[in-house]
Design a protein. Structure first.
Length: 202
């Protein structure tokens, strides 16, 4: 997503941050990033449900290593998780379930359809909600699957409405009708997402 170039440009603006890139498990990505199984997968397939174990890996292994070797501000207010598609899904889940560790979530082109409504139920149960959320979506997220493309768009707007009730100004939403489900689109939106998440005045 051009994170290195974006962070260099933001540092020149006075917004400095340390970014830690975490590779996904390729074919296991769906399983790792979804907190619940999707009912459409057969029992023998890892169709989600590994999200909480992935967060344990982040909080108990990755973050202690980062905080122990880099000059971080380790508190939740200075720790955000950002991702796209399934990565956006797990980023919001992290903020909802571990607010003691994460104070911000970048939720880019989230695949809410993948968790069968769990994200909406958890947000409703998590009120009042702390931290802040960047949420964005494109209008052409699934051109090869028209029904899923509409689900991306509709779900993101529904989540915006739900989050707005508890977050107010701590939510930033951006919708691009021409946005596609590719890193080229996320790269364009990343600078403003990071400005919002890194701004301590919000």
């Amino acid at each position: 997503m051009g994170a290195d170039e974006t962070l260099t440009a933001l540092a020149a603006e006075g917004l400095e941050a340390i970014a830690v890139g975490i590779p996904n498990g390729n074919e296991r990505r769906y399983h790792e990033y979804s907190p619940v199984r999707h009912p459409g997968f057969p029992p023998e397939v890892e169709g989600g449900g590994g999200g909480d174990a992935y967060l344990v890996f982040l909080t108990d292994t990755v973050k202690p290593l980062v905080d122990g070797h880099l000059r971080t501000l380790p508190d939740a207010a200075h720790t955000s998780l950002i991702g796209s598609s399934m990565g956006g899904l797990i980023s919001l889940h992290a903020l909802l379930t571990r607010p003691d560790v994460f104070g911000g979530a970048g939720v880019m082109s989230p695949a809410f359809w993948a968790c069968a409504g769990e994200a909406f139920d958890r947000v409703r149960r998590s009120s009042p909600m702390g931290g802040k959320v960047w949420l964005d979506i494109g209008g052409r997220e699934g051109t090869d699957h028209p029904e899923r493309q509409q689900a991306y768009w509709d779900d993101a707007h529904a989540m915006r409405d739900l989050l707005q009730q508890g977050l107010g100004e701590r939510l930033r939403f951006q919708a691009d009708p021409e946005g596609i489900h590719r890193e080229t689109a996320w790269k364009v939106r990343l600078p403003e997402a990071l400005r919002f998440l890194l701004d301590e005045q919000v």
